[in-house]
Design a protein around this ligand. Structure first.
Ligand code: NAD
Ligand code: TYD
Length: 351
């Protein structure tokens, strides 16, 4: 039996990874470690939380003693590390929180893994989930980021993720800890917290409130459906080369303003509103400080080495996502009101 520690499993991407692993690998024990910050919501995993191979530990990755206890208690064989502070706008307001969780928290996990595995590296893996934002920003004419692109982070978020990536590589090179790093482009899909562009736009359309477009709206992001990311993680976890880095991306670039128009058109249609009726909600606002112009991922290495390809066309993925938000208005209402945090604080206090 393999004991797989997944950090950040109550968040957006983490919940899709936990669900996939719990269902697909009943012979493995999946330990979801999450601090349940504002972004973590155990309700994201309500459908699998009673499975016998699933365990939940509420803990802070920066709390080294607790992380060591969890390694010992569950005899951890492998880590898939997703826990992080993940929103660029928040990082501009509170950079210390990002340095603490993303850099020190990752260091605490690395050190616990190193001490617990103690040189017995066979069948061990520390798999770190990172972002394309560490590579900085592209001009429109530039080729997409490859695994060899230099690190040039601009936001406190991307700087903290770059710091964590460097620590992971340092543990591989210095101590021989078996590691893999993946850098993925922007994800979208169910369970994404509505501070991020796509769910925020859907939520605002539903409530007829302005949709803030930062700057000119011409910034470009490369969007990948979250379940395609989870499938890539599964593949790389099992077949990836130790010590490697892989880029993961959808080859699906959109200017923000064009993306927002697609979300508006699809949401209006699904709500039975007249075409374009939510267009007046588009509101240009002050630009984000240090706003990266363009991200784009070249995923050739992953495609050629492991045969991964995204399965969903964007039109299909965005409609699926919008349908999910429209039929889960309670989820949206709970996470925006914070009610679920109070509920789960009480639930876990009782355990
Ligand atoms: P998220 O904000 O939705 O979830 C993060 C989770 O981490 C939450 O459940 C939160 O409670 C938990 N967490 C935060 N601080 C913690 C701490 N100190 N200890 C333990 N748990 C803590 O984030 P996400 O969008 O699901 O991103 C997951 C990972 O993927 C992150 O590492 C992020 O950098 C990376 N990533 C995200 C994207 C994207 O588009 N969302 C793209 C590429 C990479
Ligand atoms: P976001 O979802 O925050 O992801 P990231 O900053 O990690 O790429 O933002 C995606 C893009 O949308 C980014 O260029 C900023 C822009 N944006 C807006 O224009 N308005 C908004 O309200 C938000 C949240 C983002």
């Amino acid at each position: 039996m393999r004991n797989i520690l997944i950090t950040g499993g109550a968040g957006f991407i983490g919940s899709h990874v936990v669900r996939l692993f719990v269902r697909k690998y009943p012979e493995c024990r999946i330990i979801n470690l999450d601090a349940l910050t504002y972004a973590g919501n155990p309700a994201n995993l309500a459908d699998i939380e009673h499975r016998p191979n699933y365990c939940f530990e509420r803990a802070d990755i920066a709390d080294f003693d607790t992380i060591c206890r969890i390694f010992r208690q569950y005899d951890i064989d492998a880590v898939i590390h997703l826990a992080a502070e993940s929103h660029v706008d928040r990082s501009i307001k509170e950079p210390f929180t990002f340095a603490r969780t993303n850099v020190l928290g990752t260091l605490s996990l690395l050190q616990a893994a190193r001490q617990f595995w103690n040189g017995h590296w066979e069948n061990k893996l520390f798999y770190h989930i990172s972002t394309d934002e560490v590579y900085g920003s592209l001009h429109p004419q530039d080729a997409a980021f490859t695994e060899l692109s230099p690190y040039t982070p601009h936001s406190p978020y991307s700087a903290s993720k770059a710091g964590s990536d460097h620590f992971v590589r340092a543990f591989q090179d210095t101590y021989g800890l078996p590691t893999i790093i993946t850098n993925c482009s922007n994800n979208y899909g169910p369970y994404q917290f509505p501070e991020k562009l796509i769910p925020l736009t859907i939520n605002n359309i539903c409530h007829n409130i302005p949709i803030p477009v930062y700057g000119s709206g011409e910034n470009v992001r490369d969007w990948l459906y979250v379940e395609d990311h989870a499938r890539a993680i599964d593949l790389i976890f099992h077949k990836g080369t130790i010590g490697s880095t892989y880029n993961i991306g959808g080859g699906n670039e959109w200017r923000n303003i064009d993306l927002i128009r697609v979300v508006i058109a699809t949401t209006d249609r699904l709500l039975g509103r007249a075409p374009g009726s939510s267009e007046p909600l588009i509101t240009y606002v002050a630009d984000r400080a240090g706003h990266d112009l363009r991200y784009a991922i070249d995923a050739t290495k992953l495609q050629q080495e492991l045969g991964w390809r995204p399965t969903l066309q964007f039109e299909e993925g965005i409609e699926k996502t919008i349908r999910w938000y429209l039929s889960n208005s309670d989820w949206l209402q709970n996470v925006t009101s914070g009610a679920y945090r109070q509920y789960y604080a009480e639930q876990y206090a009782r355990r």
